[in-house]
Ligand binder design. Sequence first.
Ligand code: KG4
Ligand code: ZN
Length: 391
Amino acid sequence: MKILAIETSCDETAISIVEAKGDTKSASFRVLGDTLLSQVDIHKEYGGVFPMLAKREHAKNLIPILLQTLKEASLWESGTHEIDTERIDTILEREPELLELFKAHIPTVKKPAIDAIAVTHGPGLEPALWVGINFARALAQVWNLPLIPVNHMEGHIFSGILQEKESGESYDISFNSFPLLALLISGGHTELVLVKKWGEYEIVGSTRDDAVGEAFDKVARLLDLPYPGGPEISRLAEQARQHPNKLENVGMSERFPRPMLNSDNLDFSFSGLKTAVLYYVKDKNLSEEDKQKIAREFEDAVTDVLVGKTQKALEEYGARTLVVGGGVSANKHIREELEKKLAETNSSVFIPKHNLTTDNAVMIAVAGFYNHLAGKTASPETIIANGNLAL
Ligand code: KG4
Ligand code: ZN
């Protein structure tokens, strides 16, 4: 079946069309079209994501991105397709800019050979989620297609499990040795999730305050680095690791804490680590080398905690496989350390390929396929955005 997937939970507007085959035991996926527009440069100015600005950008870009993705998938054909204007007016009444573009373009496109529409319904920024959901509802109405709501975090889990085939843009999933442990690390989440089987999740650990990505972003701000801070910190830390001698005399007089590393549970806390950095940099004039050293020490602290808690969770639940997902899984040091330390205990680890670490619509299509197999579709009347949707 061909799934059109829409992702607008944060600051990426993404649409993909994925052909999915198989069942929960063994499935294969071919990406027919995939378009992603990042708003990072727009939000950079404000040092973070502004929900109403994100919403406006999604509304402006969804139609052009849809048309481009249909063309890429060779599913675009001009023609006439009558739409029930009154229905569409109601569905998109809160998105006037999108409504206008919808009415201008969709009636000139023939119904494409698509079987279902998957859309992220949470967690994320509610105004941003709503644009994607209402767009999906309008398309489902016009093309008479079923709607599949997808949990964004479930998408991140699947992005790691996808095994790329040699042909490129094609993937397999044939993982069956449950339980699987997922470490989800992003700007909004830090969670250890036990996957008992596809669609059955239990959160066994989570952050009590800041998410890891959030901590990276906040520490970056303390070091006067631009948003998003993760890649910036990781770049500086890498430099410190490459030139350890040069930094010998810079003098990190203290190690940052490894919060909750030895606590009795699987929870995390990163706000204390951020505060430690805050005190450390206070009233200091930081040189480039100071920043490199702080970045490395911070990254080491985060990595120690993530690796330690993950190993504890694997042991506690008798899981032998880890999947990592979310924007922070792009971090080279965290990836390498997880791989190294897990190899020592004969556990294996799945990590997404680079372009699937951050938000994207391919993972939403894949998760949508599993939801479809499980019969989890939604009616256009009842689907709602849930900013705090849990797995
Ligand atoms: O999953 P994602 O794209 O969006 C959310 O759902 O939050 O994650 C974004 C987060 C940001 O906090 C960003 O700073 C962080 O991922 N990030 C990184 C790296 N690349 C992105 N953190 C550490 N190292 C990186 N290389
Ligand atoms: Zn995400």
